[in-house]
Write a protein that binds this ligand. Structure first.
Ligand SMILES: C[S@@+](CC[C@H](N)C(=O)[O-])C[C@H]1O[C@@H](n2cnc3c(N)ncnc32)[C@H](O)[C@@H]1O
Length: 280
């Protein structure tokens, strides 16, 4: 599968302008590179796939889009979700892409890229043992948690999110790492069915407060507390602590986490979130 954005297509046009016959290009949004042949009519990839120069120009001119190359054609990676009514698309950066959900990016893209954003969440969460990832999204937190943990359960409400993840090279590990168990459903319902004290660590990276207020409620935090082992911890992503509205949400979240039973709540501004600890 070849997936390209303007970050890969632009340099191909430059190589052509310089009159080069071969170039190094990434077929998977800068994860790996291959040698491609620059022909009169377009670009030939080692797998035999060909792109015309018009198609390369179309990709290079679309700054906010990623494209799947299939059977000689190109298709923007974008879908409409019947479940949530949201349009989702893959949004390129120099490294891992993020997802645009109804115009909002799912990860940080200013100052840090989506993968650095993920590493900061993981560093704050310190996953180990059995981990619950409450919101799969593109699967970055689940993939990185699985490098440190024994087992990761990751839950996603919207199948459209996984449809986009399947076309994102940076998410592919989500689908073939045996340590990762995927569940499609509302995390609230899923957690309600789970046994007490099942997880050592929970990564809670929900949509913004205004889109999913129930995932910021005291009742939900009580459920997360229940399924967490003693001495376990919860990382809760909230948003930019410089923002007034995020500060307000953070104060409410910290209070409700303590009311739910968490003994200590620590601010992790570099990860745009909080870590809450369950007592021994
Ligand atoms: C901020 S993203 C998660 C990003 C993810 N941690 C990653 O690394 O790519 C939030 C995700 O939660 C999903 N979601 C929203 N409400 C949910 C719910 N009630 N249960 C499970 N997932 C939910 C959204 O569809 C979205 O894909």
């Amino acid at each position: 599968m070849i997936v390209l954005s303007h970050y890969q297509a632009g340099p191909l046009l430059e190589a052509r302008r310089r009159g080069e016959a071969v170039a190094v290009a990434s077929p998977d949004l800068n994860l790996t590179t291959v040698e491609v042949i620059l022909e009169e009519g377009g670009v030939l990839f080692p797998c035999g796939e060909r792109l015309s120069w018009e198609q390369v120009e179309q990709i290079a001119g679309a700054e906010n889009k990623c494209f799947l190359v299939e059977e000689g054609g190109i298709r923007e990676i974008r879908t409409f979700s019947e479940v949530t009514g949201w349009v989702r698309s893959l949004f390129p950066t120099r490294r891992a892409p993020t997802m645009l959900v109804s115009g909002l990016t799912m990860h940080r893209i200013e100052g840090v890229d989506p993968y650095e954003d993920t590493h900061r969440k993981i560093k704050a969460a310190r996953p180990a043992g059995h981990v619950l990832d409450t919101a799969t999204g593109l699967g970055y937190t689940a993939i990185e948690a699985a490098r440190l943990a024994e087992h990761v359960v990751t839950v996603e409400l919207d199948p459209a999110s996984l449809e986009i993840a399947r076309l994102n090279p940076w998410s592919w590990e989500l689908f073939d790492n045996p340590k990762i168990e995927q569940i499609i459903g509302d995390v609230w319902d899923v957690v309600e069915e789970m046994d007490d004290q099942r997880f050592s660590c929970i990564i809670h990276d929900p949509p913004a407060f205004r889109l999913a207020g129930d995932l910021y409620s005291g009742d939900f935090y009580r459920e997360l507390y229940r399924v967490l082992k003693r001495r376990g911890r919860l990382f809760h992503y909230i948003g930019d602590p410089q923002s007034r509205s995020v500060q307000r949400v953070m104060r409410g979240v910290a209070r409700r986490l303590q009311e739910a039973g968490f003994s200590r709540v620590v601010h992790r501004p570099e990860a745009f979130g909080l870590v809450a600890y369950k007592q021994r």
